[in-house]
Design a protein around this ligand. Structure first.
Ligand code: SF4
Length: 688
């Protein structure tokens, strides 16, 4: 077997754009050959090499807070797992994964749970990220691939509506594609409760009341039909369900939508005109539209709009989800989700179970069934009948889970918490066993970016002595449970098995090799082993051009109804609280808060409020304030800005704080929590 490729050419440790970069001598330089960034990086990417040399790096296992050998730490974890399972059964041990793990680690984690632990209790933090968009895409198209077209198509569009995405801060090189579009005469429409840096770039900003994106999408669809923009030929040829959806939006006349959303009718009309008259148009959603207890229906409403306008499956047009986490796309394809097996297969599908079991060399009847979704799993920890032990990889739920104070209590009630991480995150600090692992440029593996393009991370730097890869950790525990032979540590070996496990599934990687990825600067899935001519399959940049991935090849329009937010504002909690990201930080901040330049750029949590509200409450910029909600509170600094609605507060989620307040009400389809809106109040803490 040839060696796993090494060399300086790798990809950023952070977001789903997976910008190409070279890492050598502790310096980062951007790569020109990766279309997503084409020579650009954001501040997080430029400073990412500092993570490799961070003095806060863990280099030795910790056992109940004291340094331990690997043998001690793994032996302790395995012995406790055995004891818990003997006492309470297989499902008494749970696994929690992450959307930043490589494809190989995500795949191996799902297999580890089902084969080494034989537990159904595995889910991951991607459930908190874009699961509602994934469910809506599956519902409409029979397949969920974030952007079902190359990102470079964006630059050729004539109009683009972005609902709930702030790419100018979350993934700045994405803006290059929007700029190319606008330089070519294309128009940008942004839906957001705040005038974010992205909304400030827009030709048209629809400043919705938090939690009303669904009503807005229904209103836009109503107008599209009423004003003659429905593409009836496309709808007849390529879709089903239009008539029912058309009828379902009949009552969403524009003035009613304005009352619900706060968006003026004239702006809605202009948005529909821009989209409806554009030869090539796109509708994209981000977390702002997706992280709701009605997230799947909200995204479905935007997909219905895109289908009515005849966009998906036409070159240069379409619907897409702007995935957030580094391997947010690949992380949801290979089996670390509670209801899925590799290849995006359903775990309750007998044929899927038989195929995957044959690759794993186990009896399909021994594979567990579906487990609980991420929040349900965290909520059940340490309860009677719930998991007593948790193994956690690449996630920091003490900061990132909704109702985080409660989740922290549940973690504290466990008999055993094992955390694999590169730094002592807030969650790792609670663990009985902490296992120090390698990070991005120290290990080879594949990542799948927001376009569905499979990329190769080469090992570009040596890890510090004492740390092990996620694959080695899984092998070490499996070995002590008697299944080590099934868990190799070499990424290429794991990837080759992943290819076989995915073969014939929705996310088919069987024709993708490390060599092809390196030679072709990424390969789009689905990529079966052979193409129509019997040679290598070329990969699929635009999977819906001829047919959708449904049984009849048609996209499905599904009627959905608007409903109120899970927690309305009232006299006690009179403001909407929403959350999001800032330019300098990524996710729970466990990595970026340890990079000095990023920490200096954005050193502390804050709450943003409108000047009118600040005046009414006697709050000055820089005051310390207490933000309170029904589930918890958080002290932080006040920032006063006219960029936010007067009825809304905004807090970034990179620090412990805002998620003590957020609402764990779940979307019934995807089990996405209602991160993006809850009721809150605030008061000044700084003495006058
Ligand atoms: Fe690119 Fe995202 Fe990394 Fe910034 S954080 S350099 S946008 S991959």
């Amino acid at each position: 077997m040839s060696r796993v490729p090494e060399g300086p050419a790798t990809h950023c440790p952070y977001c789903a754009l997976q910008c190409g970069m070279n890492v050598a001598g502790g310096e980062v330089t951007p790569r020109e050959d990766i279309p997503a960034n084409a020579g650009g990086l954001c501040q997080k990417g430029w400073t990412s090499a500092e993570l490799l040399a961070s003095p806060e790096r863990l280099t030795t296992p910790l056992l109940r807070g004291r340094p331990a050998t690997w043998d001690e730490a793994l032996g302790f974890a395995a012995a406790r797992i055995r004891a818990v399972q003997e006492e309470d059964g297989h499902d008494a041990v749970a696994v929690f994964g992450g959307g930043g793990l490589t494809n190989e680690a995500a795949y191996q984690l799902g297999k580890f749970a089902r084969v080494a632990l034989r537990t159904a209790q595995i889910d991951y933090n991607g459930r908190f990220c874009m699961s509602s968009a994934a469910a809506a895409s599956g519902r409409a198209f029979g397949m969920d691939r974030g952007l079902p077209f190359p990102i470079t198509d964006i630059g050729r569009a004539d109009a683009l509506l972005l609902a709930g995405g702030n790419v100018a801060e979350t993934m700045p090189p994405f803006v290059r594609h929007l700029t190319r579009m606008r330089d070519g005469g294309g128009r940008l429409i942004v839906v957001d409760p705040r005038v974010t840096p992205t909304a400030a770039l827009a030709d048209l900003h629809l400043q919705v009341t938090p939690g009303t994106d669904l009503a807005l999408a229904l209103g836009l669809l109503h107008l599209a039909v009423a004003e003659g923009y429905a593409d009836l030929g496309y709808l007849a040829a390529r879709t089903s369900g239009f008539e029912a959806v058309r009828d379902s939006v009949a009552a969403w006349w524009p003035e009613r939508v304005e009352r619900v959303t706060g968006v003026p009718v004239a702006r809605m009309r202009e948005a529909v005109r821009l989209l409806g008259t554009a030869p090539r148009a796109m509708i994209l959603t981000g977390r702002g539209a997706e992280q709701h207890a009605k997230g799947t229906d909200t995204v479905t409403a935007f997909v219905n709009l895109a289908l009515t306008l005849g966009l998906p499956g036409r070159e240069g047009s379409g619907y897409g989800c702007v995935t957030g986490q580094g391997n947010g796309q690949g992380g949801r394809e290979h089996g670390q989700k509670a209801d899925q097996l590799p290849g995006y297969r359903k775990i309750d599908d007998p044929a899927a179970r038989a195929h995957v079991a044959s690759v794993w060399g186990v009896d399909p009847d021994d594979l567990p069934g579906p487990g609980q979704s991420a929040y349900e799993l965290l909520d059940a920890l340490g309860t009677p009948g719930g998991p007593k032990a948790l193994l956690l990889f690449g996630s920091n739920p003490v900061v990132s889970a909704p109702r985080a104070g409660h989740v922290t209590e549940r973690l504290g009630a466990l008999d055993l918490l094992v955390v694999a991480d590169l730094v002592l995150s807030e969650t790792a600090a609670m663990a009985d066993v902490v296992l120090p692992v390698t990070q991005w440029a120290e290990e080879a593996g594949t990542m799948t970016n927001l376009e569905g393009r499979v990329l190769l991370r080469r090992r570009a730097a040596d890890p510090p002595p004492g740390v092990r890869s996620d694959l080695a950790v899984l092998h070490g525990i499996a070995d002590r449970l008697g299944r080590g032979d099934l868990f190799p540590t070499d990424p290429r070996t794991v990837f080759d098995e992943l290819r076989r496990a995915s073969e014939g599934g929705i996310a088919d990687y069987s024709g993708i090799t490390y060599e092809r990825i390196a030679a072709e600067t990424g390969v789009f899935w689905p990529c079966p082993r052979t193409g129509e001519d019997g040679g290598p399959h070329p990969g699929t940049p635009r999977p819906f051009l001829d047919r959708f991935a449904t049984a009849d090849g048609r996209a499905r329009l599904v009627p959905v109804e608007h409903r109120p937010v899970a927690e309305e504002i009232d006299e006690e909690f009179p403001f909407y609280l929403t959350s999001g990201r800032v330019l300098a930080h990524y996710q729970s901040g466990a990595q970026t808060r340890r990079v000095p330049a990023l920490n200096a750029a954005s050193p502390e949590p804050f709450v943003e409020l409108h000047p009118d509200l600040a005046e009414r409450l006697g709050i000055e910029p820089g005051d310390t304030v207490l933000v309170r909600g029904r589930r918890g509170s958080s002290e932080c600094v006040a920032r006063v800005s006219a960029a936010i609605r007067p009825d809304t507060l905004f807090m970034p989620f990179h620090w412990e704080g805002v998620n003590r307040l957020t609402n764990p009400a779940l979307d019934p389809v995807s089990k996405m929590p209602e991160f993006k809106v809850c009721a809150a109040t605030l008061e000044r803490r700084t003495p006058p």
